[in-house]
Write a protein that binds this ligand. Structure first.
Ligand code: MG
Length: 340
């Protein structure tokens, strides 16, 4: 099942394995950034005291980290912190402060450590985190940009889901929404991935979308365009969520005045610990919370799903969009991600 090189290491106590992986989409996936066939992944497996903890780093090409930088970071971290038996909180705090940036690499270790501790304690990860497994929010089903026939096919695949997440920011935005509305009146949320460059165009589009049973619009303008975003926020008839504009907990205060909610991804903020901090910060300022993901295997998606009882929406349909997911552990029912 596994493809790519496997590297096996020991520090003084535990064994860990690192593996390159290429996670392939079922069909080429198009958003405002471009089209791709899959995503580079680094998988990590910790083995200690008879228990296993898996983690992953997902590395879409528009982020700075690479497979090499992730493996280098993980090796350096375990080389510098050989005592694996210390308290989880202390280890996670050490990880957060070990060098700057490297958020996907930190997420990889953070997820593996959490999974290992859940396995060691023989409880689910949400229980380890002191969270609940209900009520859970709706999970969105992603519709990438495409032709009318491709969109039609996606709508059929989304039959069990209550909310469609539609990628816009191209040349046929109104066509795509119109094609979908010919087929279904399900709720839609729209993700522009910074694709609308002009605030007036963005406002006109949002006003048009407001008539189409759209719940919210994600990242309509380039992330650094705060001035135009403040203008748009004042006038928008729909809630606006930040994704690319907010990465870690310290960023939340910077966007709180011109977004209604934020998209939190483990790969952006260094893992489960970083995401919990972001959720707390968002709630402090009255912002809505969407738990999202990069293109990830079931390992990363399952880790993010553990936090969904704290969220308003989940955007965790990744395993349904890929064809070689090595962790078949995420289950969906009635448009929600079930917690394992
Ligand atoms: Mg997004």
């Amino acid at each position: 099942m596994f493809i790519g090189s496997i590297y096996s290491y020991f520090n003084t106590q535990m064994k860990y394995l690192l593996q390159d992986y290429f996670l392939e989409f079922k069909t080429p996936f198009s958003i405002a950034h471009g089209t791709r066939n899959g995503t580079d992944i680094v998988l990590l497996k910790l083995e200690f005291e008879g228990c296993t903890g898996n983690g992953e780093a997902s590395l879409p090409p528009y982020l700075k980290e690479t497979k090499e930088s992730v493996k280098l970071f993980i090796n350096d971290f375990f080389l510098n912190h050989p005592d694996f038996s210390i308290d989880l909180e202390i280890l996670l705090s050490t990880l957060e402060n070990f060098r700057e940036e490297n958020f996907a690499a930190k997420a990889c270790i953070d997820i593996a450590l959490h999974n290992w501790h859940a396995a060691k304690n023989k409880i689910a990860l949400w229980q380890l985190l002191g969270l609940k497994n209900s009520p859970l929010p709706d999970c969105t089903f992603t519709i990438g940009m495409g032709s009318r026939s491709e969109i039609n096919l996606k709508i059929q695949e989304a039959a069990d889901f209550n909310i469609l997440k539609v990628k816009l920011g191209g040349n046929h935005d109104k066509d795509i929404i119109a094609w979908i509305r010919d087929l279904t009146d399900k709720h839609i949320c729209v993700d522009v991935n910074q694709g609308w460059k002009d605030k007036e165009v963005a406002l006109e589009m949002i006003q048009w979308l407001h008539e189409k049973n759209v719940l919210f619009v994600e990242q309509p303008l380039p992330k650094l365009n705060s001035e135009d975003m403040a203008w748009l926020y004042e006038k928008s008839p729909l809630p606006i969520y930040a994704d690319e504009a907010v990465q870690v907990a310290d960023d939340v205060i910077k966007v709180k005045d011109f977004y209604d909610g934020i998209n939190i991804k483990l790969m952006k903020c260094g893992g489960i610990s970083g995401a919990i901090k972001m959720i707390a910060e968002a709630r402090k300022f009255g912002l809505k919370v969407l738990i999202g993901s990069m293109s990830e295997t079931g390992c990363g998606i399952n880790a993010a799903a553990q936090l969904t009882s704290l969220a308003d929406y989940a955007d965790l349909d990744g395993p349904l969009l890929t064809k070689n997911n090595p962790f078949n552990i995420v289950k969906y029912e009635n448009g929600k991600v079930l917690l394992q």
